[in-house]
Unconditional design. Structure first.
Ligand SMILES: Cc1cc2nc3c(=O)[nH]c(=O)nc-3n(C[C@H](O)[C@H](O)[C@H](O)COP(=O)(O)O)c2cc1C
Length: 336
């Protein structure tokens, strides 16, 4: 999730909640192929986060192909194509959920992404991709060399999946997934809202189930998404609507424990987890040129959202700039 699921966040979620799979923030293939080397920050991860899927978006099939090769070289376990983002700056360019209105382009994008995975298996690397800058290709090779031995080989052909919505301005999930199935993505994940709805109303799980019915007869898996409270709720929904999995988004903010099975006790006080998250955030990014603590404050606000004096504590947390500052606030409110 954009602005949320960065390396420190995924590390913490995996360590304390152990979700079955995690996804990076979505990253623009146009950005990667126009030399924006800062975007490689989105593709940082460590071995504890596996299986990890890189999510990408854009409109240029050739850029999807080259970025797919680069992602294989970085050692990702899967590549997901975003066809669900409703944000104006994404959808107005024809990317994200706007691809629902251009199924031919959507299909070409899936095919070209898969071709990029095959290119990797057949010996190509980022350095051989004509749109990937030398700076990016060198950094990718550096990270590749640091991977464990099993990720150095080219034997694994990683899956390519799609995350999308149930429609553009009206629900039409069964019809839309028919198009996608022609190019056989490994998974189709459906958020139960249209682009027009953005995040309003409730996710329409009956519409997800109608699409799941179509997908069921193929080799593609179907995941549902929208308004899931926790792991148990996810299991209930997957049984009720006959789907293969559920993606949990917003309810994990500030709470990795949503991924724990019912009855499993959290390992640590959540504010200690928040402090560890803050320290990792600082260690990961503080040496970066354009370092800012602001994105971390948003997470801190989420960690305290269910305590009685949340408003007051949040006001204090929104003045912090370091892990030590955060620790002082937590201690002042007896949270540690
Ligand atoms: C802040 C924010 C950022 C998001 N970024 C992404 C993204 O990068 N890729 C994506 O597929 N969905 C993104 N989404 C959508 C979520 O993945 C998910 O589909 C949506 O929030 C509904 O699921 P939920 O109710 O479990 O949160 C984002 C949502 C939010 C609120």
């Amino acid at each position: 999730m954009d602005g949320v699921t960065d390396h420190p966040y995924r590390y913490i979620q995996k360590k304390y909640g152990n979700p079955d799979v995690v996804y990076t923030e979505f990253t623009s293939v146009e950005g990667v192929c126009h030399g924006a080397d800062r975007l490689l920050q989105d593709f940082l991860f460590d071995e504890t986060q596996r299986p990890i899927v890189a999510q990408i978006y854009g409109t240029t099939p050739q850029f999807f192909r080259e970025t797919a090769t680069l992602l294989c070289q970085l050692g990702f376990d899967g590549i997901d194509i975003n066809m669900g983002c409703p944000a104006k700056n994404v959808a107005h360019s024809g990317a994200g959920a706007a691809l629902i209105t251009t199924p031919d382009l959507a299909k070409t994008i899936v095919t070209q992404t898969k071709a990029g995975v095959t290119d990797w298996a057949e010996g190509k690397s980022a350095i051989n991709c004509s749109h990937i800058s030398e700076t990016i290709a060198k950094e990718v090779q550096k990270r590749h060399t640091a991977l464990p031995a099993e990720y150095q080989s080219r034997n694994q052909v990683i899956p390519v999946s799609v995350k999308t919505r149930i429609g553009y301005d009206k629900p039409m999930a069964a019809e839309w997934v028919q198009h996608l199935l022609e190019v056989e993505p490994a998974v189709i994940a459906l958020h139960g809202r249209t682009l027009k709805q953005q995040y309003s109303g409730l996710a329409d799980w009956d519409e997800i189930a109608r699409a799941a019915e179509v997908i069921k007869h193929t080799n593609t898996l179907v995941f549902g998404n929208g308004d899931t409270k926790n792991r148990n709720h996810a299991v209930e929904l997957s049984q009720k609507y006959n789907i293969d999995g559920v993606l949990i988004g917003r309810s994990s903010f500030g709470n990795p424990y949503v991924f724990l099975p019912e009855g499993e006790r959290p390992k640590k006080n959540i504010f200690q987890v928040a402090l560890e998250h803050t320290q990792l955030y600082q260690d990961t990014y503080a040496h970066h040129e354009r370092y800012s603590f602001l994105p971390m404050r948003k997470h801190l606000g989420w960690y305290v959202r269910s305590i009685p004096n949340a408003k007051e504590v949040r006001r204090q947390l929104f003045q912090t700039n370091t892990t030590d500052d955060v620790k002082h606030v937590f201690l002042a409110y007896n949270l540690l």
